[in-house]
Design a protein around this ligand. Sequence first.
Ligand code: PLP
Length: 419
Amino acid sequence: MADLFDKIVKNMGPIGEHAKESHGYFTFPKLEGEINTHMVFRGKAMLNWSLNNYLGLANHPEVRKADADAAMQYGLALPMGARMMSGNSDNHEALENELSQFVKKEATFLLNFGYQGVISAIDALVDRRDAIVYDAESHACIIDGVRLHQGKRFVFTHNDMASLDKQLQRATKLVAETGGAILVITEGVFGMRGDLGALDEIVKMKEKYQFRLFVDDAHGFGTMGKTGAGTGEHFGVQDQIDVYFSTFAKSMAGIGAFVSSKKEIITYLQYNMRSQIFAKSLPMPLVVGMRKRLELIRTTPELKENLWKIVYALQAGLKENGLEIGPTQSPVTPVYLSGSIPEATYMVHDLRENYGIFCSMVTYPVIPKGMIILRLIPTAVHTIEDVAITLAAFKTVAVKLKAGEYLHDKIVAGVSASL
Ligand SMILES: Cc1ncc(COP(=O)(O)O)c(C=O)c1O
């Protein structure tokens, strides 16, 4: 009989198997000093394109002050219980009302984390008679929520309306037998490629099929739409999104999340979401801090304008330099390259050590073998000069990669020792 721990240490998992070489550099890197677009990594100055801080609110002086004042006033302990029992406050309810107004929904429920929130919302919304139809490239939290579902699930090819149509047909047939209903789940902005969920086309399917639509807009909230209210606003279909979700971890540069919908649906979620009933509610300083961030998003459109100025310059520049960025329509900026995992690691090492550029790298098993994605997250606090430095560096490393300069045997001695 196998011992569980023996089995685990023999197989550390697809990412964990590289931990020995990657830990502290490619994985779990320790960013030092003030974390911002310019910061320090292992003693070296870096230009950072890997922070979830689209609107630059993390270091905004008003945000820092609001966070600090709230921590001073309330401490980190408050509230001391789940929302339903002893964790409610005027501030929690005020933030919910402000979010509802901003995303144009009747009501909102705060969630202590986005990941658990999505899982738990999906779990609460459907029962075993219902069917879930979801996009194949959905974020892990959607996949995990779907995994909890005891009824049938149907996956449609990413953003492919013919595939969605087919799966809706199958789901409709099934629920006619079970007496259940259908929940379609997709994202506003897909965080890896940056392409948008085809919300305009998906809502058109409502003319043909009966279903409710759940949209995870983690990357769209604050960045997309005229007012920053998200991808639904961008497409003009916000009213057709039945359950709207976003995290505070991206544009809001915080922690926590929220779900918005019709009043009675939010009441149902308040009383049925296990991640909220059986867990402590969002700490008071975070709630107060999020109110300040939302106020700034509402009243300072320049934040989003600056973000998009950087996005356009970066994405146009990468394309002009012959780099492939795929179908992104959002600030998420992936650079697609061909190469092996060792080549990707040497290239990222070169970017960090010799060009002072810090970005994330995505390789197999997250994407197919032989592909490398370097993912850049522009923010409102990057500058055009930052973009110019980055374009020059990317142009050079892409040429080196093509010339095979990151192949093992061509690497100058000592590189791996410094990882
Ligand atoms: C699409 C999407 N949904 C949900 C989450 C999870 O949110 P949180 O970080 O608040 O748990 C993320 C990542 O943060 C995400 O990218």
